[in-house]
Design a binder for this molecule. Structure first.
Ligand SMILES: [Cu+2]
Length: 269
C-alpha cells in the first residue's frame, strides 16, 4: 500500500486494462487484417475452383459439354470470361496508376481533350471492339443450334411440348408418346420441335446445347447432338409458374443400336 492506500491498485489495474485493450485491439486488427488477406486470397481461388468444378464429369454444368453445340457454347463462355477478366485487370491497373501517380495540373483545354479521349476510347471504341469480337464467335456458335441440312445424315425428328409443369415427348415417325423422358441416339443430329401447350417455357439440356424458348402457338426447332451414350439432365429455364423448378426432363442417350432397340421395344409395349 502507498500513502493513499486504496488507490494503489488502480494504476496497476488501469495499466493492465490498457494492455488488455491494446492487446485486444491488436488482436482484432490482426484478425481483421488476416481475414481481409485470407478473403482477398481465397475469393479468386474459390471462383476459379468453382469454375473448374463446373467441368467435373458428373456435373450438369454447361462447362462440362457433351456435344458439339454445347462445346461451342462452353468455349464462348470461357472466351468471354477470359476477355472480361483481362478488361478487369486493365481497369484495375489504370485505377492503381491513378492512385499512385503524382498529381499533375492540367489546363482547361488539356482536361477537355483528355476527357474526350477517355469518353471516345472507353465509351465507343472499347464497346464496339468488344461487341465485334463477341459476335464473331457467337454468330457461328448460334448457327450450330439451327436445323440446317446435314451431309449424309437425316436428323432425328422429335416433338417436345412443354406443359405446366411436365414435358410431353413424341416420336412422330413411330407414334411413341412419353412423359418427362427423352431418348436420343448418340452421334446423330437431332431436331427438337419445341412447342408449348400453355405459357412460355424454355428447353435447356446444359451439357447438350443452348437454351431455346417454347412459345404457345409457335414451333422453334433446336438442333442438338450428343457425343456419347449417357444420362443427362434437362430443365425448363423460363419461369412458368409455381411448379417451374420441378419441370425436369431425364435425357437418355443410347448407342444407335440400343436406340433402335428401345424404339422397337416401346412400339410393341
Ligand atoms: Cu418453367
Amino acid at each position: 500500500m502507498n500513502q493513499h492506500g486504496m488507490n494503489r491498485m488502480a494504476p496497476d489495474r488501469h495499466a493492465a486494462d490498457n494492455r488488455l485493450l491494446r492487446h485486444s485491439g491488436l488482436l482484432s486488427r490482426l484478425n481483421l487484417e488476416s481475414l481481409t488477406k485470407a478473403f482477398s486470397l481465397t475469393s479468386p481461388m474459390l471462383i476459379i475452383t468453382l469454375c473448374f468444378l463446373g467441368g467435373c464429369n458428373d456435373s450438369p454444368s454447361p462447362l462440362n459439354p457433351s456435344g458439339p453445340s454445347a462445346l461451342a457454347a462452353a468455349r464462348l463462355w470461357w472466351g468471354m470470361f477470359g476477355f472480361s477478366a483481362l478488361l478487369m485487370l486493365v481497369v484495375v491497373a489504370i485505377w492503381l496508376f491513378a492512385l499512385w501517380r503524382k498529381p499533375v495540373t492540367y489546363t482547361e483545354a488539356q482536361v477537355r481533350r483528355l476527357s474526350l479521349r477517355w469518353i471516345v476510347g472507353g465509351g465507343l471504341v472499347l464497346p464496339i471492339i468488344s461487341l465485334l469480337v463477341l459476335l464473331s464467335f457467337a454468330i457461328p456458335m448460334g448457327y450450330r443450334m439451327l436445323p440446317l441440312p446435314v451431309n449424309g445424315q437425316a436428323p432425328v425428328q422429335i416433338e417436345v411440348t412443354g406443359h405446366q409443369w411436365w414435358w410431353e415427348i413424341r416420336y412422330p415417325d413411330v407414334g411413341i408418346r412419353i412423359k418427362n423422358e427423352l431418348h436420343l441416339p448418340a452421334g446423330v443430329p437431332v431436331d427438337l420441335h419445341l412447342h408449348s401447350a400453355d405459357v412460355i417455357h424454355s428447353f435447356w439440356a446444359p451439357r447438350l446445347a443452348g437454351k431455346l424458348d417454347m412459345i404457345p402457338g409457335r414451333t422453334n426447332i433446336l438442333r442438338l447432338e450428343a457425343d456419347m451414350p449417357g444420362h443427362f439432365h434437362a430443365q425448363c429455364s423460363e419461369f412458368c409458374g409455381i411448379g417451374h423448378a420441378h419441370m425436369v426432363l431425364a435425357v437418355h442417350v443410347h448407342t444407335r443400336k440400343e436406340y433402335q432397340a428401345w424404339l422397337e421395344a416401346y412400339k410393341h409395349e
